[in-house]
Ligand binder design. Structure first.
Ligand code: TRP
Length: 354
């Protein structure tokens, strides 16, 4: 049995380097190497609305931005099915039934929800839709028979929740056939990629924290951002010994650089270990390390920018692709929804006597 892969993003802004190392790279790799049955990538507008109810325009306008980011980063619409969540209404209907299998306190214990409630100042005014989005996310995953969900580590609680819902559904309704597959998370290979810090070194890179380098940033902006990145505040003179821990520039080098980059841009060092130890001893200035990082990031972002320029000329083509795919996804989700209702006993047509 080949795998079915599904993942997604909320369309609340352009994608940044955190998305790139945390999920996009992983997806592109899977797209190009794994022999999967189906690969869905969902633009989660419904989920984005759970904390943007009064900001529909923002969510709506970012759908195309995210789609362009995907394709320009290397996702191929001929290989992956990119669709829009709200255009698959079956997901909402599934959520309605699955909600009955989850308690409020279980959702409140979800570590990602807890963190997000804090960030949004929602502690006393939690929208029900927001608290419930892990259940809605379970529907996203289960509706397509997903076996693999490539995500960053902040999404692990959602996959765990989904797995609990599968067990709960099976215990409650004793289905006579397999309705839901048990999904597994697939995390990025290394820790730093799973949670890339922001430029300020405080939080993970995110739009809301204002500490991100976007895939669509121009060269000048990227340079400015890298030059402003948090390093070691006690590393004042070049001769001072510097700290690597908590140093954002080295965190990014961990995520992005390889030995080839040293050959090309900084041949006086063989690899990152050498660079790190020089920095720790003292005698290596931040600007030199930042310039090296800038060249590496530019190497990644230049082709993405070029592709974006081309794509932006014909957005209709991208919208048409999204609408077509959403219809296909809807047809697929309907099959699961019908099977689910049948196995719950919600099959009223059978009451008709002939
Ligand atoms: N919660 C995810 C995020 O914030 C987006 C998402 C929605 C998702 N539905 C999904 C991810 C299903 C994986 C699978 O990035």
């Amino acid at each position: 049995m080949k795998d079915i892969i599904l993942t997604g993003d909320r369309p609340t802004g352009n994608l940044h380097l955190g998305h790139y190392v945390g999920s996009l790279q992983n997806r592109i790799n899977l797209q190009n190497t794994l022999d999967y049955e189906k690969f869905y990538i969902m633009i989660a507008d419904t989920q984005a609305l759970t904390d943007n109810a009064d900001n529909v325009d923002k969510v709506k306008n970012n759908i195309i931005q995210v789609a362009i980011d995907y394709i320009s980063a290397g996702l191929d619409p001929n290989k992956v099915c990119i669709f829009i969540q709200s255009m698959v209404p079956e997901l909402a209907e599934m959520t309605t039934y699955l909600m009955n299998l989850v308690t409020v306190s279980r959702l409140q214990r979800n570590p990602t929800i807890k963190e997000e409630l804090k960030q949004r100042g929602f502690e006393r005014t939690i929208p029900i839709g927001f608290l419930n989005y892990p259940v809605s996310q379970a529907s996203d995953i289960l509706a397509f028979g997903t076996t693999i969900v490539p995500v960053g580590d902040d999404q692990l609680p959602m996959i765990e929740q989904t797995r609990e819902i599968v067990n709960s559904f099976n215990n409650t309704y004793n289905p006579t056939e397999e309705v839901f597959k048990m999904p597994k998370a697939l995390l990025p290979k290394n820790k730093i990629c799973a949670r890339l810090p922001g430029l300020d070194g405080k939080l993970k890179m995110s739009k809301s924290a204002g500490n991100a380098i976007y895939l669509c940033d121009d060269s000048k902006t990227v340079k400015q951002k890298i030059m402003s990145a948090y390093t070691d505040p006690d590393h004042i003179k070049i001769t001072d010994p510097g700290k690597i821990e908590g140093n954002v520039v080295f965190a990014y080098l961990d995520a992005f650089c390889n030995d080839e980059h040293f050959k090309k841009y900084l041949p006086e060092y063989k690899n990152l270990d050498e660079l790190k130890s020089h920095y720790q001893q003292g005698g290596l200035g931040d600007v030199k390390v930042k310039n090296f990082l800038y060249q590496i990031i530019e190497e990644i972002l230049t082709p993405i920018r070029e592709k974006r320029e081309l794509l932006i000329k014909d957005v209709n083509k991208i919208y048409e692709m999204l609408f077509e795919n959403s219809l296909k996804a809807s047809n697929q989700a309907r099959k699961t929804l019908e099977k689910m209702k049948e196995n719950m006993g919600l099959n009223y047509k059978k009451l008709l006597k002939n």
